[in-house]
Write a protein that binds this ligand. Structure first.
Ligand code: SAM
Length: 265
């Protein structure tokens, strides 16, 4: 069923939207790419597996933006002209169409879902909750928590994934981001960050069994976590260092993260 729907949706990629691209979509996508993405967005609700098609749309939109190949994470300006590409070591040109990406990601997403369904445990389910971790009711009780929290002054997550918010019509909750890049790293901003993470741990605690591990993945370059853990009533039991390989974009130098294994005392 999933495969049939994905193939059927791909056949309809040529049905471009008649909606005029505006705002962000008009700025960051070439005219044809914008109409293809908007058109695909209009047809997803015709299918039972609409959520899978939304994933395909989001992935295609990320790749089809008018960015350079070496700066997919934080592009500042749309790229209109040919440019020297540090990633491919040749002259590249910005993307004009989204259709090839929509097709490629439809097949790729299908393959990933098939591969995962071969190994997943039948009785397990995953639920995704969208909301503020300081206040969400997570349910439970659970055996443990693994979290990769934001870190102050680095990333504005809503802005980084703006293409998806715009094309999928998702709720913009940027004012709830803890440690947003835009908030900076003033003393007040760092305090607000620490308060936000302490409030999150206090909330999560209600959903954990006694003695459950709390695993925190972080590069604590500002040394904020000893205080955050102490204020939260968490004791660090072990720490593992992890080398993060370059994924997208160019990162200056080596990058390490620590995995802190903690428990509430
Ligand atoms: C370092 S990233 C971790 C991403 C995650 N590991 C993943 O693969 O999707 C930190 C995440 O925390 C989210 N975040 C920031 N403030 C939040 C809040 N108040 N409630 C829930 N999530 C928040 C950010 O949007 C971002 O997705």
């Amino acid at each position: 069923m999933l495969e049939r729907e994905l193939r059927a949706a791909c056949e309809r990629i040529a049905e471009m939207s008649s909606e005029r691209p505006r705002g962000f979509v008009r700025t960051w996508f070439a005219p044809q790419a914008a109409r293809e993405l908007l058109g695909f967005g209009e047809l997803v609700d015709d299918y039972i597996n609409a959520d899978v098609l939304r994933v395909v749309l989001g992935r295609a939109a990320r790749s089809a933006r008018r960015t350079t190949h070496f700066d997919l994470d934080f592009p500042r300006e749309p790229q209109h002209e040919e440019y020297w590409c540090h990633k491919h070591k040749r002259v590249c040109r910005p993307v004009g169409e989204a259709a090839p990406f929509l097709r490629r990601y439809a097949l790729d997403t299908l393959e990933r879902i098939k591969a995962f369904s071969r190994v997943r445990a039948r009785a397990r389910a995953a639920s995704v909750l969208h909301g503020d971790a300081r206040e969400l009711d997570f349910g439970g009780p659970f055996d443990g928590v693994v979290t990769s929290p934001p870190y102050p002054g680095l990333i504005d997550y809503h802005e980084q994934h703006r293409y998806a918010y715009e094309l999928l019509g998702l709720d913009d909750c940027r004012q709830l981001e803890v440690g947003a890049g835009a908030a900076g790293t003033s003393r007040a901003a760092l305090e607000a960050y620490s308060d936000g993470i302490v409030a999150t741990f206090a909330n999560v605690r209600h959903s954990l069994r006694p003695g459950a591990p709390v695993v925190v993945v972080v590069n604590d370059r500002r040394g904020l976590y000893p205080d955050i853990l102490a204020r939260s009533g968490l004791v660090e039991e072990r720490r593992h260092r992890r080398h993060v390989n370059r994924r997208t974009g160019r990162r200056a130098g080596e990058y390490f993260e620590d995995v802190l294994v903690c428990r509430f005392h």
